[in-house]
Design a protein around this ligand. Structure first.
Ligand SMILES: Cc1cc2nc3c(=O)[nH]c(=O)nc-3n(C[C@H](O)[C@H](O)[C@H](O)COP(=O)(O)O)c2cc1C
Length: 188
């Protein structure tokens, strides 16, 4: 697939099923991630892969945190929360790991990690896979982050759900670029 064609046509796939990405497809996505623009080439990120039964364990973790935060959570919410990680055969946790650097602030390193996330989504789409980036309280919760092995210095940017799209890719919405660009004139 031509690169521009892929970038222009990629959409997220919220409904994902087996098969999960193969080891080769995962490697391609990780290599794509690590081509993100990266001031100082610090590689300020890491990825945690969760698949198979570990998704069930993650669902139990989500549920136990939900019940700690809200012991009165209703059954529907509990079930939905526990099943969240089962919405795809594989999840990649996107973690920014800012490195101390005299010229590259932590914020730039977080931007690099977000670009890596975008490249993972493009890498998935280019290989006929589907992906969707999700966050929400299960990404923000410090206890869940700790259980996933994040340190206090690291930042959770979200879960990228990966798998085979259940439905054909949605059509991308038409956008008028004129609404998002202006031309600077030096005599302002
Ligand atoms: C940092 C980040 C967090 C997101 N969190 C969620 C989320 O929790 N739930 C959700 O439905 N979409 C979330 N999205 C948006 C989807 O991943 C997706 O980009 C959006 O639905 C637009 O679809 P498209 O990628 O096909 O244009 C998030 C996107 C980003 C970049």
């Amino acid at each position: 697939m031509e690169m521009l064609e892929g970038i222009l046509n990629r959409t997220s796939s919220p409904l994902l099923e087996e098969p999960a990405p193969s080891p080769e497809q995962i490697e391609n996505m990780l290599q794509a991630a690590m081509r993100a623009p990266d001031h100082g080439r610090l590689k300020p990120y890491r990825f945690i892969l969760i698949e198979g039964q570990e998704r069930e364990a993650l669902g139990e973790l989500f549920l136990s945190r939900l019940l700690e935060i809200n012991p009165d959570a209703d059954e529907k919410t509990c079930l939905k929360t526990r099943n969240m990680p089962l919405r795809a055969p594989m999840l990649l946790v996107l973690v920014a790991c800012p490195r101390p650097h005299p010229k590259v602030p932590a914020s730039e390193q977080v931007h690099t990690t977000a670009c890596a996330g975008q490249n993972i989504l493009h890498g998935a789409y280019a290989q006929g896979l589907g992906g969707v980036w999700r966050t929400g309280w299960v990404a923000e919760d410090k206890q869940i982050q700790k259980q996933l092995g994040l340190t206090d210095e690291e930042q959770m940017l979200g879960y990228i759900y990966l798998g085979t799209p259940k439905n054909p890719a949605r059509k991308t919405p038409e956008v008028d670029s004129a609404d998002y660009i202006s031309f600077w004139k030096s005599d302002h």
